[in-house]
Design a protein. Structure first.
Length: 328
């Protein structure tokens, strides 16, 4: 990615308004939570989410955790049942993430959820994080504020060392208290521990009155349905067959285009262009929603024009290759 942003650092006290304005403008804001420092972006703004993936480097478009200020805000983006509500009331705010069905009309972008019908939600306990979320008034996705693959950051200095020149703002709230990421529980028919973290399994099981199920063995394979952030799995796959690297559109196909020049045969077809300007950030922001729209159009196949493999193109092509795998 292109570096050169002027990354500002401000103390946490009185930072909420500045951070909220930056998020509203599509900016990237690192802020402390009780677990680790998170890199925040407006969860409803797909372009801001694409910028976040780019800033972290080597993005894979895994689903991200939506952070909200309170349970009322959580219920606007996710559906709770009795068990998940018990966990939320017992452990929020705190280091627990719940994977839940999306609420009707959930405004979180498809890119943030990797095209899934579930959403990962958390209410952080750190006062600076909660102040920012209240001031912003919308969900914020916030994976760890580091370069992908590096050790998770527990101080603002760690964030600056990794992301200076890549993000807009760092809110310095001092060292975090927990120091490991949140525990993730999938609130399915049988509650499932998806990632151990800052809240012990035993505490969760005590509130549920039952044991958490283990991860299915196939969850880390390329064909498995993704369940949560931090898991290697395939992502949204359309029902309509996908044909990659198309040089000419065949009869009955829809076109997922990229760049200013459309391939022959598309004059009367359904066409959606990831980015007419050839902008990979714009293309990433549009990827899942455009695939969904073309999938609903009734075409016999979706032809996809070549997308460059550099920068965000690596992740875009990874998702497209997974979407093109034949379904049994």
């Amino acid at each position: 990615m292109k570096l050169g942003l002027n990354t500002a650092m401000i103390p946490a006290d009185g930072s909420a308004g500045t951070a909220a304005r930056c998020l509203e403008g599509g900016g990237l804001v690192a802020f402390p939570t009780e677990t680790v420092y998170g890199l925040g972006a407006d969860a409803t703004n797909a372009r801001a989410v694409a910028r976040l993936y780019e800033a972290k480097g080597r993005p894979s478009f895994n689903p991200l955790i939506a952070h909200v200020s309170d349970l009322t805000a959580a219920r606007q983006i996710a559906r709770f049942d009795d068990k998940s509500l018990r966990l939320a009331e017992a452990f929020w705010p705190g280091p627990l993430t719940l994977v839940l069905p999306k609420a009707s009309g959930c405004p979180v972008s498809d890119l943030a959820t990797a095209g899934l019908e579930t959403i990962a939600v958390r209410i952080p306990a750190h006062p600076a994080a909660r102040d920012i979320l209240r001031a912003f008034g919308k969900p914020v996705v916030a994976p760890s504020a580091n370069i992908s693959g590096h050790v998770s950051p527990t101080t603002a200095a760690h964030v600056l060392g990794d992301l200076a020149g890549r993000i807009d703002l760092i809110v310095d709230g001092g060292p975090v208290s927990v120091g490991v990421e949140s525990t993730i529980v999938g609130c399915f028919e049988t509650p499932l521990l998806l990632r151990p973290g800052g809240l012990p399994r035993e505490d969760i099981e005590r509130v549920l009155g039952e044991k958490l199920a283990r991860m299915p063995e196939e969850a880390g394979t390329t064909d498995a349905q993704p369940l949560s952030p931090g898991m290697l799995a395939s992502h949204y796959a359309p029902r309509t067959p996908v044909r990659l690297n198309a040089q000419q559109l065949e009869p009955g196909e829809a076109l997922l285009a990229f760049g200013p020049h459309i391939i022959p045969g598309s004059e009367r077809a359904s066409v959606m262009n990831l980015s007419e300007a050839g902008d990979l950030v714009e293309a990433a922001a549009n990827l899942f929603s455009y695939l969904r729209e073309l999938d609903a159009g009734g075409s016999r196949a979706i032809a996809v024009m070549p997308v460059p493999h550099d920068g965000l193109g690596e992740a875009i092509n990874d998702r497209l290759q997974r979407a093109a795998v034949p379904r049994s």
